[in-house]
Design a protein around this ligand. Structure first.
Ligand code: FES
Length: 345
């Protein structure tokens, strides 16, 4: 038989218990006090998960005292307060919870002699004492606003309704994604999506519209090693340094016809048109014709990623997601460091 591990505990700074459903007071009174504490916790950040001083506050069944209620117990201080109304609660919160000094005249029972209470969780963990501005507390009664403190059943119903509405609006769609701008990272971000899609066993294709002279980039090698990625060459010769513009334009058009064929017949989940904005921006391809063709022919669930500077405005309007890369610093401009293998290419 394997030994069972004890569950770990999410630590709170303090836990406050309010008695309920006995003869101390009407349940509504304790519930109102609970909502007030929750409001003040929000006011000063004592509800936040990462705050080591955060407070959990609970309504509990009768504590077996049933006199001078409602009763409020602050754990682990071991302090029991009686006759807690809104005024008493405010003093307790300000003086004890924030100030660290229990309100002696409201105490009717102590588990430990004053000054000998066990250290509460933040002290045990060695965190700094809370620095809380008590002026941030809402006035008493502010928690009656249902926007900030609905009764728990109403709150659950409202949350359910929000979840149902959100589900109704969830649609799936093959996105048109454009990475543009002067900064680096446009193709890199597209290849990040490629990697993610490949990891999900989606069918992925890439076509590069500009062929650089030293094109054996790291990403091409990576795609070859990953396998199952169609990396489509647009043919030889059309490069950034081309001097024959007729040839360059013809190559761009040829590449677009290859891309069209793949988009229609390739069965891809993701297709990347790398540096496709240049033929559009330079007028080698008519952007309106390209967009009309995509509108008519792009499979609805195909995600299309287009990269490059100077994205035409009508392409931006057509796309679902557009990101502009902005350069803030560049190693070549500031330090004369040239592009390095494995980083830039
Ligand atoms: S309800 Fe019984 S002690 Fe408060």
């Amino acid at each position: 038989m394997t030994e069972q591990q004890a569950p770990s505990m999410r630590q709170y700074g303090r836990h406050m218990f309010l008695c309920n459903h006995g003869d101390c007071a009407e349940p509504a009174a304790a519930e109102a006090l609970l909502r007030q504490i929750e409001q003040w916790n929000r006011d000063v950040g004592l509800n936040q998960l990462r705050n080591p001083h955060r407070i959990k506050c609970s309504l509990v069944d009768c504590l077996g005292v049933c006199q001078k209620g409602p009763i409020l117990v602050v754990y682990p201080d071991g302090v029991w307060y009686h006759s807690v109304d809104s005024a008493a609660l405010e003093r307790i919160y300000r003086e004890h919870i924030i100030g660290g000094a229990p309100v002696e005249e409201l105490i009717f029972h102590r588990l430990y002699p004053p000054g000998q209470e066990p250290a509460y969780a933040p002290g045990v963990r060695g965190d700094a004492p809370p620095a809380i501005d008590a002026d941030r507390l809402s006035p008493v009664g502010a928690s009656n606003n249902h926007d900030i403190a609905e009764p728990s059943t109403d709150r659950n119903a409202a949350a359910d309704q929000r979840r149902q509405n959100a589900r109704r609006h969830v649609q799936k769609k093959g996105l048109v994604i454009v990475n543009t701008g002067e900064g680096k990272g446009k193709t890199t971000a597209a290849l990040g999506i490629m990697t993610r899609a490949w990891g999900r066993k989606m069918k992925v294709g890439v076509i590069q519209f500009l062929k650089h002279e030293n094109a054996r980039y790291g990403e091409i090698k990576a795609a070859a090693r990953m396998g199952d990625i169609d990396w489509i060459s647009t043919g030889d010769g059309w490069t950034w340094t081309s001097t024959d513009m007729d040839e360059t334009i013809a190559r761009a058009r040829h590449a677009w016809s290859l891309a069209q064929e793949r988009i229609i017949n390739g069965g891809y989940d993701l297709f990347i048109l790398d540096e496709f904005t240049y033929p559009l921006a330079y007028g080698w391809l008519d952007v309106n014709e390209v967009l009309a063709w995509l509108e008519a022919n792009k499979p609805p669930m195909l995600h299309l990623v287009i990269t490059g500077r100077y994205a035409p405005q009508n392409l931006i309007d057509f796309a679902d997601l557009v990101t502009e890369m902005r350069e803030i610093k560049h190693p070549f401009r500031e330090q004369g460091i040239r592009a390095q293998a494995g980083i830039e290419y």
